[in-house]
Design a protein around this ligand. Structure first.
Ligand code: UDP
Length: 474
């Protein structure tokens, strides 16, 4: 029993969407490799999806890496991530009593070999465990699986409201040039335009939620960010001045590689990965393929899908395109036969790709992305420049950083036209501009590798964080 009590036990609660779950799983694997007992808490809906995808190996997970579930309060047929505001509200309203019950169960099951809970790690947008953490006398770790710049805009939302930039007064703001206005005053951020702010800040139905979760970071005992110092220093410094101890531990995808030998089989994908695309990539020329994917949540119009399709066709570049079920308003096979016929010798379509493998494949030379944070970071780690077409959450901020701050990408206008797609793909894959971006992103990739190596900033932060939690055992 004495020994049992010496083992740290992290309860980990991600926001119920694929990107945050992936990042939380990477962190869980790292902590497990460092001796933690893990309880990973998914919503029932997510866990069922993972099981159905066939890729989950939770059954194979060791007895000291366990899964638990909570209801999200929504009926099975609800669109969930396609209605993020409803999902966020419902999970925040319905999750807490079940989470409290789970913590109670864990407290009482210690004789069965479960060590006492040492910390609760929940997504930055899931702050409800704060109260129970206080009650149990354990730290709550607020893990922002978003970008540092995105988190920063959430944290400084009260300032943006006070200065009158948000909420948008009415729909006319979208068309009368208002969105182009520069915001001069968010600490640590370059001068963003209003249109670069997270859609969650611009829309009334999400503003209150992200604003209050941003402020809840002040109550956390520790804050973790999935980034590295050399990438985001000004943003991190401004946050560090105002928040509880903040550790930068990214890119977690790289840091978790060292942990993978232990529990490499534990995956948390809600879709089945089509690995056949890697064989196709093996047959393509180096840096010739543009990888196209809009993540796990984006829903786009059929019109836009067709503009992208014909733009890719006109670019003459080989491409690997993820068309996830649900990407186009629930219509699975909308690509015209004529298009498919024309691109059949230089394209590969999948419903879900092993993205990390794809991005790090030598044949991939560019990424047309929605600029979700995980995708952005994975692209940086692989040294692949991007074309950014953001759709929701903090994706516009990430896209702006990629093009204007890090200079590793080009931005696509929201009114997507095939000529622009063609032009941007050419510029990225074959132009001098693309070459320069490839060089710059390569330097950032090298910096990310240095950050996770022994003695690097993220490696050291992770060690400090682990020590901090283990200190609670004494
Ligand atoms: N992803 C994947 N295969 C795909 C598309 C996406 O494995 O075909 C993964 C990707 O590697 C990333 C996550 O799904 O880790 C998407 O997260 P991100 O933050 O980029 O976007 P979100 O899905 O949350 O909008």
């Amino acid at each position: 029993m004495a020994l049992l009590n010496k083992r740290p036990h992290a309860v980990m609660l991600p926001f119920p969407a694929q990107g945050p779950i992936n990042a939380m799983m990477q962190l869980a694997q790292i902590l497990y490799a460092r001796g933690f007992y893990i309880t990973f808490v998914n919503t029932q809906y997510v866990q069922e999806r993972i099981s159905r995808s066939g890729s989950v190996e939770s059954v194979k997970s060791p007895p000291d890496f366990r899964f638990e579930t909570l209801p999200d309060g929504l009926p099975p047929e609800h669109g969930r991530t396609s209605k993020l505001a409803e999902l966020s509200r419902s999970f925040t309203d319905n999750g807490p009593p079940y989470f409290d019950k789970l913590m109670d169960k864990l407290k009482h099951s210690q004789p069965d070999g479960v060590p006492p809970v040492t910390c609760i790690v929940s997504d930055g947008l899931v702050s409800f465990p704060q109260k129970i953490a206080r009650k149990l006398g354990v730290p709550r770790v607020s893990f922002w699986t978003h970008s540092a710049c995105g988190f920063s805009t959430y944290f400084f939302a009260p300032l943006l409201v006070e200065k009158g930039y948000i909420p948008l007064k009415d729909e006319r703001c979208l068309t009368n040039g208002y969105m182009e206005q520069i915001i001069p005053s968010i600490p640590g951020l370059p001068h963003l335009r209003i249109k670069d702010l997270s859609f969650s800040l611009l829309r009334m139905n999400m503003l209150e939620f992200v604003k209050s979760e941003g402020q809840a970071a002040l109550e956390a005992d520790l804050i973790l960010l999935n980034t590295f110092e050399d990438l985001d220093r000004p943003v991190i410094d401004a946050l560090r001045d105002r928040l509880p101890p903040l550790y930068t531990i990214g890119p977690l995808g790289l840091l978790s590689e060292s942990a993978n030998d232990t529990i490499s089989d534990i995956s948390a994908s809600m879709w089945t990965e089509e690995t056949s695309c890697v064989k196709w990539l093996d047959c393509q020329d180096p840096s010739s393929v543009i990888y196209v994917s809009f993540g796990s949540i984006t829903v786009m119009s059929r019109e836009e899908l067709l503009e992208i399709a014909w733009g890719l066709e006109a670019s003459k570049q080989p491409f690997l395109w993820v068309i996830r079920p649900g990407l186009i308003d629930g219509q699975p096979d909308v690509l015209p036969t004529e298009f498919l016929e024309r691109v059949k010798d230089r394209s590969f379509l999948v419903r879900w790709a092993p993205q990390m493998k794809v991005l790090s494949h030598p044949s991939v030379g560019g990424f047309l992305t929605h600029s979700g944070w995980n995708s952005t970071l994975e692209s940086i780690c692989a040294g692949v420049p991007m074309i950014s077409r953001p759709f929701l959450a903090e994706q516009p901020t990430n896209g702006r950083f990629a093009s204007e701050v890090w200079k590793i990408g080009v931005a696509m206008s929201e009114d997507v036209k095939r000529e622009d797609v063609e032009d941007l793909v050419r510029r990225l894959m074959r132009g001098e501009e693309g070459q320069q971006m490839r060089k710059t992103v390569g330097e950032l990739r090298d910096a990310s590798i240095r950050a996770v190596r022994e003695g690097g900033s993220s490696y050291t932060s992770m060690e400090k964080f682990v020590q901090e939690i283990k200190r609670g055992l004494d």
